[in-house]
Design a protein around this ligand. Structure first.
Ligand code: GLN
Length: 512
């Protein structure tokens, strides 16, 4: 085993040039994402086929669940930073997630909402803290950080790619409970990997309780740190209620936005000028991230429906098109991680603000390619599958420019001792993104014939090859709903990418 000397002068065990702990976190996250995405793949079908929910209700619950899992990391991160530390938070989150997935395998509506709520709370403890732990493995200024996060992101996507296949196979062949139970087992594997990492000592002293006095402080006669375990179960009903009343989610979106703004304001009063400057960069990246995910998350909804209705699929079904993105990440993550290290060695690694600009641009280009498939629609309004593949390829490259880099950057930009909270803020971009993604997806369904010759209509007609003034038949009207929305938001994202690229020198100044 090789060893390197870190800047803190401690001997560090490495594997493939990265701290050995990264590989334990890689597998822990791989299995956690296995459980998360395995269950996600079953969720809509389970609701509509087993629980006999209406489509409308099922979509509402699905969107609420998918956004709420990204709001709890704010709290999970903050609690870990202040009271329990990353290790305990990851273990608590993993246990909650495993319980949630196992409870889902009891096929009744009562367990259903409770299970989703438990997973939401569990994810809040697990996700931001395992991500922060990755950053903790690299000393300040370590050039391997982007590369390390990109490897970690590979783990995310390996889990995300294989889980739907295995869990849906089990659910279809043997029954829903086997599919959900498999997700729970996946989470147990993840917990075991993390626990092994702690036992073999690859994490050194990292991630432990930050201040034992605070952890041991008594509240209601119980140590504060232990109280967190109890409270994490007690807040479950709140999330169950939020899922049931999902049509009021916009209030929650407003509330979370306010809460983040107020918290950041309060933090900014206590930190140095330099830290405040960096906090502005965090806000900028989270705003861009929210836009990115709002468009990106069409993949699981409107792009999947587009694939099932308006793409000539060969060899795969529409649900399986969801694995294309993860498949490309699996192919590209390692080359990208090498690329960052290589560019760094040559001292030409672009800064995060430039990478974000490129990421937004490529995301937009990917969606524009989906939109351009309209030019090649056959008489049944079905487009060639190659556009779906190329579009996914381009937007996946965009994702690699933005998502792991965002994670990696948060730690460097965070004020001292609040890294996991700042990573929680980064994940809140997915909360906002999922909410707006639902609104964008709705645009694909509300297409009317329009004889208006506006500039926007002409641009869309130019790129998609379809005019909104006279649809040949309903199929083409539906196709127009998809390709016009994809092309429109694709172009918007490309413009934002160019603007982000142009303002990057200023953002770079905020980051020093
Ligand atoms: N797909 C990634 C994951 O599950 C990214 C999530 C996100 O930041 N929205 O970790």
């Amino acid at each position: 085993m090789e060893t390197t000397i870190t800047t803190q002068n401690e001997m560090e065990e490495t594997y493939l040039g990265h701290p050995k702990g990264l590989f334990y976190l890689f597998f822990a996250e791989l299995w956690e994402r296995f459980s998360f995405y395995g269950m996600k793949a079953l969720l809509i079908l389970y609701m509509t086929q087993k629980l006999i929910f209406t489509d409308h209700n099922a979509f509402g619950i699905f969107a609420a669940y998918m956004s709420l899992v990204y709001v709890t990391p704010l709290f999970g991160g903050m609690i870990a930073d202040k009271i329990i530390g990353y290790r305990k938070a990851i273990m608590l989150g993993g246990i909650l997630m495993a319980i949630g997935h196992f409870l889902l395998s009891f096929e009744t509506p009562i367990f259903f909402y409770t299970s989703l709520a438990i997973i939401i709370v569990g994810n809040g403890f697990f996700k931001p803290n395992i991500s922060s732990f990755v950053g903790l493995l690299y000393p300040v200024g370590d050039k391997r950080r982007d590369s390390g996060f990109t490897i970690f992101y590979l783990g995310v996507n390996v889990g995300g790619a294989i889980a739907p296949l295995i869990c849906s196979w089990l659910a279809i062949s043997y029954g829903w409970h086997f599919g959900f139970a498999m997700a729970g087992i996946g989470m147990l594997f993840g917990l075991f990997m993390f626990y092994r990492g702690m036992k073999v000592g690859v994490f050194g002293e990292k991630g432990k309780v930050p201040k034992m006095e605070i952890y041991n402080q008594k509240k209601f006669g119980i140590k504060q740190g232990q109280l967190i375990n109890i409270l994490s179960f007690l807040i479950v009903p709140i999330f169950a209620v939020l899922i049931v009343f999902h049509e009021y989610e916009h209030y929650l979106v407003g509330l979370v936005f306010l809460l983040i703004a107020i918290t950041l304001y309060l933090i900014s009063r206590k930190i140095s000028k330099d830290e405040k400057r960096r906090l502005w960069a965090v806000v900028y990246f989270v705003l861009l991230g929210s836009l990115f995910w709002a468009i990106f998350e069409q993949a699981g909804s409107s792009v999947t429906l587009f694939a099932s209705r308006n793409v000539n699929l060969i060899g795969i079904n529409a649900a399986q098109t969801n694995s294309i993105n993860s498949g490309f990440i699996m192919l590209l993550a390692i080359p990208f991680s090498w690329l960052w290290t290589y560019l760094d060695r040559k001292k030409i690694n672009p800064n995060a603000a430039i990478k974000f600009g490129i990421g937004m641009f490529l995301l937009g280009l990917g969606f524009l390619i989906f939109g351009m498939s309209g030019h090649f629609a056959d008489s049944f309004a079905k487009t060639p599958m190659i556009f779906l593949f190329i579009g996914y390829f381009v937007l996946t490259v965009g994702e690699l420019f933005l998502s792991p880099i965002g994670l990696s950057k948060m730690e460097a930009l965070s004020p001292a001792k609040m890294v996991a909270f700042i990573i929680g803020i980064w994940y809140s971009a997915s909360f906002f993104g999922h909410f707006f993604a639902g609104k964008i997806a709705q645009l694909t369904t509300s297409v009317e014939t329009s004889s208006e010759n506006s500039f926007f209509n002409s641009v869309i007609e130019f790129f998609t090859g379809i005019s909104s003034s006279n649809f040949i038949n309903e199929n083409f009207q539906q196709l127009y709903g998809y390709v016009s929305t994809f092309a429109g938001f694709g172009l918007l994202s490309m413009c934002i990418g160019v603007i982000a690229f142009c303002v990057s020198p200023w953002i770079k100044k905020l980051m020093v």
